[in-house]
Design a protein around this ligand. Structure first.
Ligand code: PA5
Length: 444
């Protein structure tokens, strides 16, 4: 049972004998202690020098974001967020986790804000479909790109801007909020020229670590999500991941176990499997965080290393009917991280009926949430019994406070894992190359 709304990690099974192939000895984890202390010092140095800023985000002044969100809520029917990668995945994950799942379909009176649309791919059919649904006279656009020059984002923005200016003329500039670097980049220059409202992405917060900046928080606040609660959860987790003990520091534990599973047990894949539909998109957010941060050709001394565990975003129980066969009997090269919500927002009892049907008779009297968690427990146990390594993250509920804890935990664990691997978790030379080559293709 969770205490005081705190997220908890249950990693007991990964140490147990039933899991001989995946089992990690407690001493192995404990032996990482000195290296983890070095990693903590390295993180501390970067924080002190101002090179990294994600750990300071829980303390930020959110009033400018709340003001901007209030203005949008008061004036807009539709809010279009344009961004990609670290400039969209976190925002999408927050909406999916914490807004009504059919937010856009609710009547305006019961909706907590305008309808929210995300444009990520520069896909003409998808963009045209979004345009079909917008009330252009009451649309606000949030263009999000830290660098200010990502091709997909700027292409979508140029199209939407033209459509808006056709619909409402010169006033379209008042309907754009640019979330970008404070000083640099094409979008910053355009925003100055056009007089757009802007919100900054701190220079020392990289794309995939920017969910708790205006990148994720403006769309969240616009949809009526409690962003202060989110940051309070993140702050609490920062406190808990600042201790120097593997027994109490959840980020050290999670990172240490996944690192050992990868490098000492050959579990080159991590399956991230939440059992709450609302948390599904967090799996996609984590997939980018883990992959882009840890997949590196060289370590910090320039040696060729080719690190990185491949993350899979799965979702329970649906993927029991899709992926589980492979997880149970396929290659033993994976470690499984489940996420479970102890309490769902709604309690939905399963009615008793058709007592002649064994399945219906068994289900009647339980609750849907109970069934979700029973399936999670059964899947975890089944994998454990076949010797596959499992870890579970328990959330007290899918609330802003719990999601804030989860996001911060996963960010911190990613950085710690990067430290253990000896690589730089904050760069992405591979992504940069593909951006350059895309532009060259266009020049051709
Ligand atoms: O995490 C990252 O740094 C990347 O995934 C970027 O977020 C992504 O490439 C988008 O970049 P930008 O925000 O500059 O448009």
């Amino acid at each position: 049972m969770n205490r005081r709304g705190a997220l908890e990690i249950d990693d007991r099974k990964i140490f147990e004998r039933e899991s001989p192939a995946g089992r990690i000895a407690r001493e192995e984890l404990a032996a990482l202690g000195p290296r983890l202390s070095e990693v903590r010092d390295w993180i501390g140095r970067m924080e002190k020098d101002g090179r990294i800023g994600y750990r300071a985000l829980p303390d930020q002044d959110v009033r400018p974001i709340l003001r901007a969100a209030r203005r949008v809520r008061e004036t807009a029917d539709d809010f279009v967020v344009i961004g990609i990668g670290g400039s969209s995945l976190g925002a999408v994950a927050l909406q999916a986790a914490l807004a009504h799942p059919f937010h856009n379909l609710l009547p305006r009176k019961t909706r907590k804000g305008p309808r929210v649309f995300f444009l990520e791919n520069p896909d003409p059919d998808y963009l045209a479909a979004v345009l079909d649904t917008l009330n252009l006279r009451k649309t606000v656009v949030n263009v999000v790109t830290k660098s200010g020059g990502t091709a997909e984002t700027m292409a979508n923005f140029l199209v939407i801007r033209k459509v808006l200016s056709k619909a409402i003329g010169k006033k379209h500039s008042e309907r754009v909020i640019a979330t970008t670097d404070r000083d640099n980049g094409d979008l910053r220059a355009i925003a100055r020229e056009e007089g757009y409202a802007t919100l900054p992405v701190p220079a020392n917060v990289g794309g995939r670590f920017s969910t708790l900046t205006a990148v994720g928080l403006l769309p969240a606040a616009t949809a009526g999500i409690d962003i202060r609660g989110l940051l309070a959860g993140a702050r609490e987790m920062r406190q808990r991941t600042s201790t120097s003990s593997i027994d109490t520091n959840d980020a050290w534990r999670l990172a240490g176990l996944l690192y050992l599973a990868d490098t000492a047990r050959g579990k080159r894949t991590v399956v991230f499997m939440p059992y709450a539909t609302a948390l599904r998109e967090i799996g996609f957010w984590f997939r980018q965080l883990w992959a882009e941060s840890l997949g590196k050709a060289r370590d910090r001394d320039g040696r060729e290393v080719h690190t990185g565990q491949t993350p899979i975003a799965a979702s329970g129980p649906v993927d029991q009917h899709s992926q589980l066969q492979l997880y149970m009997e396929g290659p033993d090269d994976k470690v499984y991280v489940f996420v479970r919500a102890e309490r769902f927002g709604k309690r939905v009892p399963i009615p008793r009926a058709f007592s002649g049907s064994k399945t219906c008779a068994l289900l009647g009297g339980h609750e849907l949430g109970g069934l979700m968690n029973a399936e999670q427990a059964a899947t975890e146990e089944a994998l454990h019994r076949t010797g596959r390594p499992v870890i579970r993250i328990d959330l007290p509920a899918v609330s802003p406070h719990a999601v804030g804890q989860l996001l911060f935990l996963l960010e911190e664990a990613t950085v710690v894992a990067g430290g253990l691997l000896g690589i730089d978790p904050f760069d992405q030379p591979g992504v940069e190359l593909s951006k350059i080559l895309t532009k060259r293709e266009l020049e051709k």
